[in-house]
Design a protein around this ligand. Structure first.
Ligand SMILES: [Fe+2]
Ligand SMILES: [Fe+2]
Ligand SMILES: [Fe+2]
Length: 324
């Protein structure tokens, strides 16, 4: 099979993993805190690893990453139905990986796909057991007390979230989701792997932000969604880092404007904490940009030149420094 054909298949798999990550997270967020929600989030993290491996492989074969996402099977107000959607997603993923393993006659790639396939088979079993549990009413969901679901208790109507707070949280979620996609894309394409790893570290932090904000949104009765806003994907290493700095500056400004609007002290503190992380991310990206520029400059020197008086900051010493 031609490389281009393999890359096309990998892209389809990446799009399906991307869908699974978002769908499972949205299902887990809707359930509030609880054992099953935590298990579903753990499955979503495994799908992130699949996404990661497949994207790296696509780039290794000379392709590009992709942030296109397959359509979600569904996110509804019914745990049983959501778990059925997830079983179906796994059944379809299993069929896809079995087909690809037959089609792609490269033992290394087959090994990776088989590894992923075995995860998906295990996930299918997990989701099937979640359907059964949910049918028996053994689910804590929507912030309810353990064991009260299924009991014949009149439910209080879900309070409407304060509109502006829900809006702030939704904007934050969209931003976090957007930068996660942008930074992952950049990380896969970054020629300097040390720089790529540092970008990944910040991306993991953005994933935490996404989780915190969605928990808050659900706790005020809002509905978590994930739609990305505009992305700056293409360019060389410098363009990518400049775009990432711009994204951090924009969101720092947005969070800074929103913080005074929030009355709840805990939520105010949370958003301020996230905003401070974003300030730090911009600083990290600026350091990486300086590093890349210094490397390029060195490469352009035609003849040996006197050693610079001050060494450019290395990634290592940037991270050794304490944050102000
Ligand atoms: Fe997967
Ligand atoms: Fe963030
Ligand atoms: Fe950030």
């Amino acid at each position: 099979m031609e490389k281009a054909e393999i890359i096309a298949l990998l892209h389809k798999a990446i799009q399906s993993e991307h869908m699974a990550i978002v769908q499972y997270l949205l299902h887990a967020y809707r359930m509030g805190e609880g054992e099953m929600a935590a298990e579903i989030e753990a499955i979503a993290r495994e799908e992130m690893r699949h996404f990661d491996w497949l994207s790296e492989l696509a780039v290794e074969l000379g392709g590009k990453p992709t942030i296109v996402r397959d359509e979600l099977y569904g996110v509804v107000d019914d745990v049983v139905q959501n778990m059925r959607f997830d079983v179906q997603a796994e059944v379809d993923a299993i069929a896809m990986y079995r087909r690809y393993i037959e089609l792609i006659d490269d033992p290394k790639i087959q090994l990776l796909l088989s590894r992923i396939l075995s995860d998906e088979e295990s996930h299918r079993g997990d989701f099937e057991s979640f359907v059964a549990k949910a049918e028996r009413g053994e689910v804590t969901g929507g912030g309810g007390e353990a064991g009260t679901e299924g009991a014949a208790m009149p439910k209080a109507p879900t309070p409407q979230p304060p509109a502006r707070i829900a809006e702030i949280l939704k904007m934050g979620m969209d931003h976090e989701y957007t930068v996660i996609l942008q930074y992952l894309y950049h990380r896969y394409l970054m020629p300097d792997c040390e720089v790529g790893n540092e970008i990944e570290m910040q991306t993991i932090n953005e994933m935490q932000h996404l989780g915190w904000l969605s928990e808050e949104l659900v706790s005020v009765g809002g509905e978590a969604e994930m739609e990305h806003t505009s992305l700056a994907l293409e360019g060389d290493a410098e363009d990518m880092l400049k775009a990432d700095i711009a994204a951090e500056q924009a969101v720092t400004a947005a969070y800074s404007r929103q913080i005074p609007e929030i009355d709840d002290p805990d939520l105010k503190a949370l958003v301020a904490r996230i905003r401070d992380h974003e300030i730090y991310h911009a600083e990290v990206f600026r350091g990486l940009l300086d590093e890349i520029k210094a490397q390029e400059h060195k490469g352009e020197e035609p003849a040996p030149s006197p050693a610079p008086k001050t060494r450019p900051p290395s990634v290592g010493n940037l991270f050794g420094q304490k944050q102000d």
